[in-house]
Design a protein around this ligand. Structure first.
Ligand SMILES: Cc1cc2nc3c(=O)[nH]c(=O)nc-3n(C[C@H](O)[C@H](O)[C@H](O)COP(=O)(O)O)c2cc1C
Length: 220
């Protein structure tokens, strides 16, 4: 009897350990973000520029993880790095990964609550996104891009029509967070707002409204 109980406990422990590391192919547990940096916020603000060309070099998973956290990660458990009207949090953050060490090429959704990525597709959408964005080819050249999409109804159901402007404002906060975090990591990025909404939605098969595409790569 003792042996059976021991075996069951061992099996349960093994299952728990596997779940903790999330070895599932479709769910990626991101490395924990850093909350300390050698680059001051003033330095990042002073140096921030739009960067539209990137070295042919992969990104590391810890870099992508850090930028995603800065974009919309959680703080104090239930709050986020972005201010949000009424804490309605209308944004969804997606990642197009083309060349990220430790991450399969594909399209992912960021889950801020547990700092994980969900694999949505194994396709490399960089070329299609470039075409949908007036051929701004830095999307294709960058090893990864972040897409910020908005679900307006989360905010308008609380604030009515005025909620729309709150969503646009929040996208701006999120984009600036990404910009400043990239600068602190010495990575380059640029906000892309010029694209065909319907095409981007169709390519990525997402329900929210695409607002920004932000390619990320190493500065030349
Ligand atoms: C809402 C918005 C949309 C933008 N869209 C694009 C774009 O589609 N393509 C692009 O290359 N830059 C785009 N930019 C970046 C601006 O061109 C850039 O911020 C501006 O030239 C100032 O340069 P700086 O960011 O280096 O200070 C956009 C910026 C904002 C805020």
């Amino acid at each position: 009897m003792r042996k059976i109980v021991l075996t069951i406990s061992l099996l349960l422990l093994m299952k728990f350990t596997i779940c903790q590391n999330m070895v599932s192919h479709d769910l990626i547990v991101l490395p924990n973000p850093n909350f300390k940096s050698n680059v001051s916020i003033e330095e990042a603000l002073q140096k921030r520029r739009s960067v539209r060309s990137y070295r042919r070099d992969s990104l590391h998973l810890f870099e992508v993880s850090q930028v995603l956290w800065a974009a919309y990660g959680t703080t104090l458990g239930h709050k986020k790095t972005c201010p949000s009207a009424g804490a309605t949090y209308p944004l969804e953050i997606y990642l197009v990964a083309g060349d990220v060490k430790g991450l399969a090429t594909g399209f992912y959704r960021y889950n801020p609550l547990n700092h994980t990525l969900n694999l949505l597709s194994r396709n490399d959408y960089r070329k299609q996104l470039t075409e949908a964005s007036l051929n701004q080819e830095y999307i294709q050249e960058a090893p990864a891009s972040i897409i910020i999409a908005a679900h307006f109804e989360r905010t308008t159901k609380v604030y009515g029509k005025r909620g729309e402007r709150y969503v646009y404002m929040e996208v701006g906060h999120c984009g600036q967070n990404i910009h400043l975090q990239c600068e602190a990591l010495n990575l380059g990025t640029v906000i892309i707002g010029a694209f065909e909404d319907d095409k981007v939605k169709k390519i990525l098969n997402i329900k929210g409204e695409p607002m920004y595409i932000m390619p990320i790569g190493r500065k030349p």
